[in-house]
Each structure stands twice: as structure tokens, then as C-alpha cells.
Design a protein around this ligand. Structure first.
Ligand SMILES: [Zn+2]
Length: 351
């Protein structure tokens, strides 16, 4: 790793901070996002008009089930809404939020800095590139080194001339099956990690063997497992042996969909979205296997219906409701603090 002024520190949108100051941390969120890239028109022709409706009490039940069939639901672009919602998290004791709205999802550095100032939260901004369907055309001819230069510039100089710097490379998207362009963007993320010491956070497509396949490729490119996060674990790996093999790589495992409790999964109807109790089953398994030091927690809020003012659980859900559930099930306070404070601190500190 190239030592730089950020080595040993965490890079937030307001500048570098001492890792000891982070406190409870959510490691995969979207304060603002334009997630219409996953929009699909309703399957049922009778419901076609609902795609254009604003979210309201009369369609909220439908949206909870068909969350990617509503254009309004997939746009979180209001800074004032984000500030109010993030304040609930601060009020519950949360102190840091990792916003992994990477290129392709409407990243907005200025807004993240304003939200951080207004709420008092540390906000770490993501870089790198989301799944292939959002990649610019020039990626077909660019090399991994060329793409890595863009990622490194965001870390060292800031995004789009704002001077606001990224503190993590992610979420870097991989589809199932893994495309050629996405091989380049993962390779580019690894090159940037090796050069800067920044952590890499990966979004895998829904295929059970894919997370391990990606991590093996990351290792092959010289990536640092202790500085790499595999995301969306709970909706990707149902099999315990497969989960164990991923944890045995040494990478962080992110159970990052807490609060998403509708089992129907519109993006992959043949699979399912686990609920919080099933997430806790997976966490207890990982703890039993000796992997508590790699577990990270988040909600991956990426649509309106997950926020309080639209009838959702809000960003205080993990601290206010999941942690008490963990303690009631016999997970120790020490392990809770490890997952919520110590592991994110280690993950976000530049190597
Ligand atoms: Zn996400």
C-alpha cells in the first residue's frame, strides 16, 4: 500500500477523521439515490398506471410488495427529507453513515456534505461504478487502469471539481452472470485499493456462487481481503456451507438489508428476501463459526417506502429495534458493539 496522508484515517465528506470518533456505523445506505435503473413496469396490466403514481397510503401496500414498479418510490432526491430521516438515526445514537451511491446511481457530493453538516453525522461517500447497465459506453474500450485513474482521482482530489473526496470504493456492481465490463470495474477498484489503501465494497448479483467467485478474482488481482466488503449477503447466500466459504476468505460480510421484510423479491421472483429473524439466524451462524469480526450491518435504504415519513422503518431501525432483538436472542453486547462500531471502524480506516 502506498502510504499517504489518509493512511490510518477515515475519509468523510467533510475531510479526514480519527477512526476512534466514528461510533455506531451503518455501512451500506443511500441518503439520496436515483434508483430508477431497476424500474420495471407492473406485470399486471390492470396496474400499469400505478407506475406513475406518487407514493401514498392508498398504494403503499402495493409498493411494499412491488417496490421497483413505482418510479416515485425509486427516487430519493430531496435533501430536506434525507436530513430529517438521518436525524432519527443520530437521535437513536448513530454517528456514521456510509453512503455507497456510486457512479450510475446519482451521486451528489455537495448534498452529502450539507446533510453531514446539518445532522452532525459523519458521512463517508462511495466511488467506483454500479452494475454494467449503468456504465458509460466508453468502458467498452477503456482499460481497468484507465477506470482506476478515475476512482483514484475521486479519492485523492475529490469528485467533479468539488474537492469532496470519496472514502470507500463502492458499491461496485456485478450482475449475474458477471459481464466483461463489470470485470473491468472490479479490477479497477482493486487497482485503486492497492494504490490508495481505500476499502472496496461489492454488490453481487443474485447467484449463490458469485460472491466467492468475485472474492477469488479480487485476491487474484492483488486485492486485500481485510479491506474488502461483500455486500447483500442475506439475499444472495442461503446455504450455510457457501456462507462459511465466503467468510473464510477473510473479507467483511455485510448483512445490509435489515428492515426489508417483504419476502417477495421483485428483482428475482424465484428467490426470496429473508426477514430480520432470518438475518439474525445467519449472524448467529457466523458468530458460532468465529467470524464476528467480519460482520457489518446496514439497511440499504434505496427507495421512499423504507423511510419513516413514507410509512417505512427508517434509519434508526437497527439500533432501536434490531439490537434489542439481538440481545433478547442471547447475542452479547460485546458482539453487538463489534458489529456496529469496531468492525466498521477497521473497515473504513485507510490501509
Ligand atoms: Zn445499495
Amino acid at each position: 500500500m502506498a502510504a499517504s496522508s489518509i493512511t490510518g484515517k477515515v475519509q468523510t465528506v467533510l475531510g479526514p477523521v480519527d477512526p476512534e470518533t466514528l461510533g455506531p456505523t451503518l455501512t451500506h445506505e443511500h441518503l439520496l439515490i436515483d434508483f430508477r435503473v431497476v424500474f420495471q413496469p407492473p406485470n399486471n396490466l390492470d396496474e400499469a398506471g400505478m407506475a406513475e403514481e406518487k407514493l401514498s397510503l392508498s398504494n403503499l401496500g402495493w409498493i411494499r410488495h412491488n417496490w421497483n414498479n413505482s418510479l416515485d418510490n425509486l427516487t430519493l432526491l430531496d435533501e430536506e427529507v434525507a436530513k430529517a430521516e438521518a436525524s432519527h438515526y443520530f437521535g437513536s445514537g448513530g454517528r456514521t453513515m456510509v453512503d455507497v451511491t456510486s457512479n450510475g446511481l446519482g451521486r451528489n457530493p455537495g448534498a452529502l456534505a450539507r446533510i453531514s453538516k446539518a445532522t452532525g453525522l459523519n458521512v463517508v461517500m462511495g466511488g467506483g461504478h454500479y452494475i454494467g447497465s449503468t456504465h458509460p459506453d466508453e468502458f467498452e474500450v477503456m482499460t481497468a487502469d484507465g477506470i482506476a485513474e478515475m476512482i483514484i482521482r475521486d479519492i485523492e482530489q475529490g469528485v467533479d471539481g468539488t474537492g469532496i473526496k470519496t472514502g470507500i470504493i463502492g458499491e461496485v456492481g456485478v450482475s449475474a452472470p458477471w459481464t466483461e465490463s463489470e470485470h473491468k470495474t472490479i479490477h479497477a477498484a482493486v487497482i485503486a485499493q492497492v494504490q490508495t489503501g481505500a476499502p472496496v465494497l461489492i454488490h453481487p448479483g443474485r447467484e449463490e456462487g458469485l460472491p466467492l467467485q468475485i472474492l477469488e478474482a479480487v485476491q487474484g488481482w492483488g486485492g486485500d481481503m481485510a479491506n474488502t466488503v461483500m455486500g447483500h449477503i442475506e439475499r444472495t447466500i442461503y446455504d450455510r456451507d457457501a456462507l462459511k466459504r465466503v467468510a473464510q476468505t477473510g473479507a467483511f460480510v455485510n448483512l445490509d438489508l435489515f428492515g426489508h421484510d417483504s419476502s417477495y423479491y421483485p428483482l428475482a421472483p424465484s428467490s426470496y428476501m429473508p426477514n430480520d429473524a432470518q438475518r439474525l439466524d445467519q449472524i448467529e451462524f457466523l458468530i458460532d463459526q468465529g467470524h464476528v469480526g467480519q460482520i457489518l450491518l446496514a439497511h440499504d435504504v434505496c427507495s421512499k417506502h423504507r423511510l419513516k415519513q413514507y410509512g417505512g422503518h427508517g434509519w434508526d431501525h437497527i439500533i432501536s429495534r434490531v439490537v434489542p432483538q439481538m440481545l433478547a436472542r442471547g447475542i452479547s453486547r460485546e458482539h453487538v458493539d463489534q458489529m456496529l462500531v469496531d468492525n466498521p471502524k477497521r473497515m473504513l480506516t485507510f490501509a
